[in-house]
Design a protein around this ligand. Structure first.
Ligand SMILES: [Zn+2]
Ligand SMILES: [Zn+2]
Length: 257
């Protein structure tokens, strides 16, 4: 298995330690064709990328691509900020980005009380004190995912079920239907083997993401390779191994990556 691109990496634009060029250089050293710069979405109060830095980020991506020869895609790891699935990458900004990742994070500037309560309060309590304390928070988050995937051309759901629980089978079904990838995140252990099996059974496709916050972790795929062989995931369903993924966001915008 050869990793072709790593589309989930962070830089100093959020809370990563490397520059865009550092991540691109690391990707080149690891033999990747492409790297995605996917810093945290705008509504993350501490780490979110600032909207007024988007042109600088674009320039950095172009320069890094020129210098290293690695394809550098400008992305974002967007947050879900409302019950109806709204992400903080809103459609007025779609033309600024190449790829659209979205993940559930606890500390986010929510737009409604029910998201704050279920995702910001109940989910971390459930994660810290013995699993799924609240079925209602879980079904709330499942609804958020389904709304988000149906309404927005999200390429990848990052670290599904990491500290924010949902019905992973329902989410994966929806991902399959709409052409959104479920990420195999190599930084965080985010699903049990039982959950992975349910997800695999839906027929959904996957991408491996390092979630690197430092250049040395770019292209770290080994934990994913172990998972893939342990659970028997067909390699042809992991779309950034040996190939370029079919990015839904680019297809929505009618651009070729
Ligand atoms: Zn994340
Ligand atoms: Zn991340």
């Amino acid at each position: 298995m050869t990793l072709h691109g790593d589309y989930h990496t962070h830089t100093v634009y959020s809370h990563g330690s490397g520059s865009v060029e550092d991540n691109a250089a690391a990707a080149k050293n690891k033999g990747l064709y492409a790297v995605g710069i996917s810093d945290h979405g705008f509504s993350h109060p501490f780490f979110g990328i600032k909207k007024d830095r988007l042109s600088a980020l674009r320039e950095d991506c172009s320069r890094a691509e020129e210098k290293t020869g690695v394809r550098v895609l400008m992305g974002i790891e967007s947050n879900f900020i409302r019950k109806d699935g709204l992400c903080d990458l809103t459609d007025d900004l779609y033309d600024k980005f190449d790829i659209f990742l979205a993940g559930a994070h606890v500390f986010v500037g929510y737009r409604d009380f029910s998201s704050f309560w279920n995702v910001g309060v109940i989910s971390p309590l459930a994660a810290n004190f013995g699993g799924e304390l609240s079925g209602s928070a879980k079904s709330f988050m499942t609804g958020v995912y389904l709304n988000a995937i149906r309404k927005q051309p999200i390429d990848v759901i990052t670290h599904l079920n990491y500290r924010v629980f949902s019905d992973v089978k329902e989410v994966a079904h929806c991902c399959r239907e709409y052409g959104t990838y479920v990420e195999i995140n190599t930084k965080k252990s985010h699903m049990t083997d039982e959950e992975w099996k349910d997800v695999i059974d839906t027929g959904v496709n996957f991408v491996i993401g390092s979630d690197a916050h430092s250049p040395d972790r770019v292209a770290d795929a080994d934990p994913a390779y172990s998972l893939i062989s342990r659970l028997g995931i067909p390699v042809e369903r992991v779309h950034n191994v040996n190939r370029l993924p079919d990015f839904r966001f680019a297809a929505y915008k009618g651009v070729k990556l």
